[in-house]
Design a protein around this ligand. Structure first.
Ligand SMILES: [Fe+2]
Length: 310
C-alpha cells in the first residue's frame, strides 16, 4: 500500500510537471512581428461560398502564468478544429481582455500565443487591455483598431469597444450606420467585451442598471443581429432575448471563481454558418493538470461543501 501511494504520488508529480512545461517554453519563445485586425480582415475578402465556421474565445489574460498555461491548452484544441476538413474554419475572434494588466510583457506574451493559433485572429479590446496608462496605444500596436467592421462570405461582423461599460452617443450612431450597411448580408454578429445584461446574477457586474443596454438590445432586435459575443465574466452563458442570442464566452484562460456547474469552465466556441442558418458548439477545455490539482479541484470542493452545509 505504501509503495502504491509512493508510485501514484510520483506519477501525479511527473504528469503535473509535464502539464506545466508548455508555459515555460512559451516564456522562452521569440516574439513574432505583431499584426493588426485590419490585416487579418483583409485576408477574408477572397473567401467564397456560404458555409464556413469561425471560433470565438475571450479573456485569455496573457501575462499571468495560470491564464497562459490554460490558454495554450485551448489553442491546441482550436488548431485541431479543421482536422475533418468538412467546413472551412476561416478565423478566430477574441472578445477582449487579451492581456492581464496591459503591460509590454503581457502583450508580448499575447502576441506569441496568438501566433500559435493557425488562423487569422481578430480582437476586440477589453477593460484590462488599457489598464496600463504608461503604455499608450499598445492595443493599437498589437491589434490595430479597437472598433471596425468586416465581412466574411454572407456575414457582417462589427467590433465595438465598450470597455468603459458604456456606449457613447457617437458609438451608437456609428453602430446604427454599420447595422444599416449590414442589411444585404444574411447574418450579422457583434463582438464587444462587456455584456449588456449581467450573465451571472451573483456576480458584481451590473450593466443593466445603466441606460445603454436597453438601447443597444433594441438596436440589435431591430436590425436582426444573430449573435452578440461578449466576455468579461469568466464563464460561459448563453441567453436569448427577442430573437437575438447573447453569449458570454469568458473562458479563454483566466482562472475562474464561478462554480463549474454554473459555467465557470475554460472553453471556446465553434460557430457554424450554413447558408441561412447559424449554430454553435461549446468546446470545454480541461485545465492543465497542475492547475486542476492546485486550484480547480479545491474550487469545486468548496462549492460542493457550501451547498451541503448552507
Ligand atoms: Fe477578464
Amino acid at each position: 500500500m505504501k509503495r502504491f501511494l509512493k508510485v501514484t504520488g510520483i506519477v501525479i508529480l511527473v504528469a503535473s510537471a509535464v502539464s506545466f512545461a508548455p508555459v515555460v517554453l512559451l516564456y522562452l519563445s521569440k516574439e513574432p512581428a505583431p499584426y493588426t485586425n485590419a490585416e487579418m480582415a483583409e485576408r477574408l475578402t477572397a473567401n467564397r461560398g456560404d458555409n464556413f465556421r469561425f471560433l470565438v474565445f475571450s479573456d485569455n489574460h496573457a501575462g499571468l502564468v495560470l491564464s497562459d498555461s490554460a490558454a495554450l491548452k485551448m489553442v491546441r484544441s482550436m488548431n485541431r478544429e479543421d482536422r475533418f476538413k468538412k467546413i472551412p474554419v476561416d478565423f478566430a475572434l477574441s472578445a477582449g481582455d487579451v492581456t492581464f494588466r496591459s503591460s509590454k510583457w503581457d502583450f508580448h506574451i499575447f502576441n506569441i500565443i496568438r501566433s500559435r493559433i493557425k488562423l487569422p485572429v481578430i480582437c476586440a479590446a477589453g477593460n484590462h487591455d488599457d489598464d496600463n496608462k504608461k503604455v499608450r496605444d499598445i492595443f493599437r500596436k498589437y491589434c490595430g483598431s479597437n472598433e471596425m467592421s468586416f465581412t466574411d462570405r454572407n456575414s457582417y461582423f462589427i467590433i465595438l469597444d465598450n470597455t468603459i461599460t458604456n456606449i457613447t452617443e457617437k458609438q451608437f450612431s456609428w453602430l446604427e450606420t454599420e447595422l444599416t450597411k449590414s442589411s444585404p448580408y444574411a447574418h450579422r454578429f457583434i463582438i464587444m467585451h462587456k455584456p449588456p445584461l449581467s450573465p451571472y446574477q451573483q456576480a458584481w457586474y451590473r450593466s443593466e442598471l445603466s441606460a445603454w443596454p436597453y438601447r443597444f438590445m433594441k438596436l440589435c432586435e431591430r436590425y436582426k443581429v444573430d449573435i452578440v459575443f461578449t466576455g468579461h465574466e469568466h464563464m460561459f452563458k448563453e441567453s436569448s432575448y427577442r430573437g437575438v442570442k447573447y453569449i458570454t464566452t469568458g473562458g479563454g484562460g483566466m482562472p475562474m471563481d464561478i462554480p463549474t456547474s454554473d459555467g465557470g469552465y475554460h472553453h471556446y466556441l465553434a460557430v457554424r454558418v450554413l447558408g441561412d442558418y447559424v449554430d454553435l458548439e461549446v468546446r470545454k477545455i480541461f485545465p492543465p493538470l497542475w492547475e486542476y490539482l492546485g486550484y480547480y479541484i479545491w474550487k469545486d470542493l468548496f462549492y460542493t461543501l457550501k451547498s451541503v452545509f448552507l
